[in-house]
Design a protein around this ligand. Sequence first.
Ligand code: MG
Length: 205
Amino acid sequence: MNIRIGYGWDSHAFKLGVPLKIGGLAIDHPEGLAGHSDGDVLLHAITDALLGAISVGDIGSFFPPGDPRWKDADSSIFLNLALEEIRNAGYRIVNVDTTLVLAAPKIGPISAELRERVAELLGIKPSDVGIKAKTPEGLNADHVAQAHAVVLLQKVDDADELRAMAASIESEDQFEEVVHDLVSQAHEIEPRPATKPLFDTDDIT
Ligand code: MG
């Protein structure tokens, strides 16, 4: 079966005076999430789930802890790298499901917007993104936000891709262009070197 599953988890402490960003969405709240990057706990969990699904390491393998380049970085950078990794490995996302665990702010009122934003960042439909939220009952963790994420990937079928491409052709010129691209690609394909983690990892992000 050409499917893979990935799981990711992350946590960040709340900090006064820091902008709050979850799932790539700026949220109006007195506290944000502390971190070397923008502290986007949800995008970090999804990034790890994507990397885990194709067994290429984790977010810290690619973005070393404490590297000044990632100070206050927008976490969509990390997500985009993971998306590129899964594309290069020949997979696409089937769906993503997530659970946020935090005492505040309430996610219910913004969950639709959050789902749209995460879907946009992942390049998938909002109906393929699950956003759930719980309060940390009994965990004594009211000043922490945690995120869990699972993803399902499916191997891209070359025949399906070709059929979709063929269906989109509307003129003879376009046909020639597509054939030309395919022939060029066939002559340029080289084996892709394995990705090596750059550094030992701790959670940077
Ligand atoms: Mg993190």
